[in-house]
Design a binder for this molecule. Sequence first.
Ligand SMILES: Nc1ncnc2c1ncn2[C@@H]1O[C@H](COP(=O)(O)OP(=O)(O)O)[C@@H](O)[C@H]1O
Ligand code: SF4
Ligand SMILES: [Mg+2]
Length: 412
Amino acid sequence: MPEVILSAQDLVKHYPIRSGVLRRVAGQVKAVDGVSFDLHKGETLGIVGESGCGKSTLGRLLMRLEEPTSGKVIFGGEDWSGASGRKLRQMRRNIQIVFQDPYTSLNPRMTVGDIVGEPLEIHSDVVPKGGRRKRVQELLDLVGLNPEHINRYPHQFSGGQRQRIGIARGIALNPSVLVCDEPVSALDVSVQAQVVNLMEKLQDELGLAYVFIAHDLSVVRHISDRVGVMYLGRMAELGEEDEVYSRPTHPYTQALLSAVPVPDPTLRGKRDQIVLQGDVPSPANPPSGCRFHTRCWKAQEVCTTDEPELELRPDGLGAHLSRCHFAEPRLILETVDVSDLEPDTRFAGTEVQDMSDLGAGLGAAGGGEDLGSSAADAGVERSSALHPDTDQAPQDTTRLVDEQPGDDRPTR
Ligand SMILES: Nc1ncnc2c1ncn2[C@@H]1O[C@H](COP(=O)(O)OP(=O)(O)O)[C@@H](O)[C@H]1O
Ligand code: SF4
Ligand SMILES: [Mg+2]
């Protein structure tokens, strides 16, 4: 396995809850509560979990956009937890972030050239002043945008193109790690596929490692080498993509996977359905013992008092990390064996909807079937968008605001 480039060591982030006129601290939101993992050079680690489980906070901690309450971020073998000033800038050069919403994350008053070139201004030693415009044009070309559009403004681009701008900015400094927080969640399914394909291409060409945060299990499966499943600020399960998706041992992962709609209607109903009871508890007051015990159908007395460790537990074929006293593999998506498919067609096998839909599916008995049918259409859409015929130039289907002939350059 390649060398470890980034390590999270027992990362904790608690936000104080203030109340009353004196704004006294009345409690703590335990957004991230002891998360550890290694990221290897050139790999993609997917992070999944329901909304509010701490994914974005984790992303911000990795980039040191926020100071952890405790724990360490190790990059290139060095602890960056307390770094500031020049040292912090040096770290930021190597770890960049791409945000979810391409509509709000780009400054509307800056040209694309300024947006993508800004990191080069801040880190002025990376490219000499005279060469920056050329470098920005190279970056635009690399992400499949027309370098001649360097003077345009964000509103003149479609959603997918804006996310390409965000990615170009993210890779401007030649980082070795890109933290991607829901990078395609705001995009149409067909455009999502193109952006994910672009990210894979850039990873191959530039040797980037990704921390890919998303609530969409199918997108994460498609792009990830390894996957971590978060629940209430903690990692519930962590393993190779195949281990987590085909041999999940944690009941929470199994429940998430069971709510993934199956695109083929004839196969629906054959899939193992797990309906979870109750809502996600508040991260300000997580349950004692195993945090999942209030919703777990396998919970026993010990689960309410003793928190299980995240440790290697047998999964039927080998063993991978899981935080459950009674971990045992359970095949959920029996009908979808994606391992033998071409990478691009895999995506279509496990179409998932938003986690908010998922919540409904998990909470209400029998809700899974409805969820399946709506997603079936989306699955068909995505599968055609990801047709492995790569000679065909992908097209951004989102309408350009100032659409002009020849505006859209195909990705190389
Ligand atoms: N700046 C903040 N101040 C207080 N609470 C926060 C802050 N940021 C996030 N939280 C809380 O931390 C928890 C995790 O949030 P977040 O990391 O955004 O989750 P996710 O990205 O998985 O949806 C949520 O309960 C959220 O309300
Ligand atoms: S430890 Fe107990 S409550 Fe927690 S996931 Fe396992 S069986 Fe369920
Ligand atoms: Mg988030």
